[in-house]
Write a protein that binds this ligand. Structure first.
Ligand SMILES: Nc1ncnc2c1ncn2[C@@H]1O[C@H](COP(=O)(O)OP(=O)(O)OP(=O)(O)O)[C@@H](O)[C@H]1O
Length: 122
């Protein structure tokens, strides 16, 4: 039997995580502002349904990567407050994971927006 109260409780915790991420974490704020700008650009350039699906998926991937990276950093700082090469490597790799997703999102953005922006501006 599914415990609906537990499901709603989990949603409440998850929304608190999203709220804390975008309110307190500097890099997440940058990703939020970038996403708002991309969505505004999407409306301006009148994206197709498929293009919207691709762009929103990229935004979701970047936000998810940032959330997991931030969670790992916070966990690492609690588990090992002192500096440790293993913790450094773990944090670097998690940050690298975010960067990989961001690079691919920028490439996808260039594919979808690039040609139209070029045609509009030149
Ligand atoms: N405990 C640690 N041991 C070794 N290296 C670390 C440790 N914490 C952070 N680093 C190194 O510093 C980089 C940045 O880490 P992080 O984003 O957590 O910032 P910070 O240096 O802890 O400072 P702040 O939390 O103020 O941003 C990591 O990618 C890693 O290379």
């Amino acid at each position: 039997m599914i415990n609906i109260r537990k499901v709603f409780r989990s949603f409440r915790f998850a929304f608190r995580g999203i709220f804390d991420l975008f309110l307190y974490e500097n890099n997440a704020k940058v990703h939020l502002v970038a996403a708002v700008a991309v969505v505004a650009l999407g409306f301006w350039l009148d994206l197709s349904t498929v293009e919207w699906a691709i762009i929103l998926s990229q935004i979701g991937l970047v936000w998810m990567a940032e959330a997991l990276n931030t969670a790992l950093e916070k966990l690492a700082d609690v588990v090992s407050p002192e500096r440790h090469p293993g913790i450094g490597a773990a944090k670097d790799m998690a940050a690298g994971g975010v960067l990989m997703v961001v690079i691919m999102a920028v490439v996808v953005g260039l594919i979808i927006f690039g040609g139209r922006l070029y045609a509009l501006l030149f």
